[in-house]
Design a protein around this ligand. Structure first.
Ligand code: ATP
Ligand code: MG
Length: 409
């Protein structure tokens, strides 16, 4: 057992956030919600919490983290520092997380004295592609054909049918990092060596028609709601564009994706916001037909980049949902009031993106995360375009992309 998971602190009770209406909203008692991680997702959570009158605390070792800079309290220690965790627990009623690689042991330690959602067990499953795929299988949701590679024997036993494929580290991957595309057994062997022989999965390369994701929020009482299905375009393994219009994803597939995402959350007894990513397969391809057209890719135990449009295009955003699930407040099914397209603003666009020209276009919503240093592939902000009709939203988004130097989509 690690030093962190042994930590358990006796703290004064602060009410029961898992009880319906557990918090007296609007009372004169200060109620603080905490978040592990100070990136942009934490920052948008903090903004949503503030709007409802909560105080916030962020734990992130970076003294200039995007969320730490806008929160009432910032504990600037390592995620596993027992004193830092104690400080966070001391001031918070309930604690959530904003990135999936937060050590599950730290969440478990916090959970000895405070409500933590999502729970350490669910986060641990999402942190490990092998456990994650097992969970999808238990829910009856198909994923890409794959093999687990943890030993030289398993490497040698890989079926030829999985090539060409993508070798992915079981843990710590994001934005396409920790992945190697391989088309032969030799390439596979050297890729696994290059990844230092850590536990991996080899996934068959699938013919994708499109990618989409679903954000669900589940409360401690089992209530489950979802945002509409988002269509996602990735470039170089990083999300580039999210489109949420009635035409973006065929209705029948969208309904299946929502049902699968809800089943995945429910079977985990998940509490919090969960994003599930899917591949829609080329319907003409034999593998697409064999797999039924839709497979799950992975899940993130937190709000997700593909849900940022909900801040500007829905009556309840993914961050509002995170606050509600954490505080034990009621969940209602969100309604999208405008078609929307979100463009990620990567560091590649710096040093001088022409935001003034973009803001002169109708229905543009600029979000910048307050990061001092732009670098290639770094998520600096996003732009959401909303409007009355999907064709006009698309035209404006393409204009904005041209002004910023983003490749058309
Ligand atoms: P994230 O930043 O979403 O956590 P990640 O690093 O975990 O990304 P994946 O989602 O596994 O990576 O893969 C990144 C992208 O690579 C996918 O969105 C998809 O475009 C492509 N991809 C991954 N697996 C496959 C596959 N089996 N077949 C075809 N394309 C794939
Ligand atoms: Mg992904």
């Amino acid at each position: 057992m690690s030093e962190v998971s042994q930590m358990s602190v006796a703290l004064p009770p602060q009410g029961d956030p898992s009880a319906p209406h557990g918090l007296a909203l609007g009372s004169d008692t200060e109620v603080t919600l905490g978040v592990m991680g100070g990136g942009q997702l934490g920052r948008m959570f903090v903004h949503a919490a503030h709007r409802m009158g909560f105080f916030t605390a962020v734990l992130d070792p970076d003294p200039k983290s995007p969320a730490g800079r806008v929160s009432h309290h910032h504990v600037a220690t390592a995620y596993t520092d027992p004193e830092g965790l104690q400080q966070l627990a001391q001031c918070c009623l309930a604690i959530t997380t904003e990135f999936e690689n937060v050590p599950a042991a730290a969440l478990a330690a916090l959970a000895t004295s405070r409500t933590v959602s999502p729970g350490a067990a669910a986060v641990a499953i999402a942190q490990d592609r092998i456990q994650e795929k097992n969970h999808f299988g238990q829910c009856g949701v198909p994923c890409a054909p794959y093999a687990v590679i943890e030993s030289a024997e398993q490497l040698a036993a890989v079926a030829d049918d999985l090539l060409p494929g993508i070798l992915k580290t079981a843990r710590m991957g994001y934005d396409g990092k920790g992945q190697v595309r391989v088309s032969s057994r030799e390439a596979l062997a050297s890729a696994w060596t290059a990844l230092q022989g850590v536990p991996c999965v080899l996934e068959k390369m699938l013919p994708l028609q499109l990618e989409c994701s679903v954000i669900v929020a589940r409360g401690a009482d089992g209530t489950c709601v979802n945002l509409p299905v988002q269509r996602n375009l990735h470039r170089d393994g990083i999300l580039a564009v999210t489109e949420v219009t009635p035409e973006a994803v065929p209705q029948a597939l969208a309904e299946r994706a929502v049902a699968a995402a809800r089943a995945i959350a429910t079977q985990l007894q998940y509490v919090g916001v969960l994003c599930v990513e899917f591949f829609v397969l080329d319907p003409e391809s034999p593998v697409g037909q064999a797999l039924g057209g839709l497979v799950v890719n992975e899940m993130a135990p937190r709000p997700h980049n593909s849900g940022h449009y909900s801040l500007d295009a829905c009556d309840v955003s993914q961050f509002d949902l995170q606050v509600r699930t954490l505080a034990g407040l009621p969940l209602t099914q969100p309604r999208q009031h405008s078609p929307a397209i979100m463009l990620n603003l990567l560091g590649d666009l710096w040093p001088a993106p022409n935001f003034a020209a973009v803001l002169a276009l109708p229905g543009t919503h600029l979000h910048l995360y307050g990061k001092a240093q732009a670098s290639k592939g770094r998520k600096m902000g996003h732009l959401t375009i909303t409007g009355a009709d999907p064709a006009q939203v698309r035209a404006t988004a393409l204009q904005a992309a041209a002004l910023l130097g983003i490749t058309p989509f």
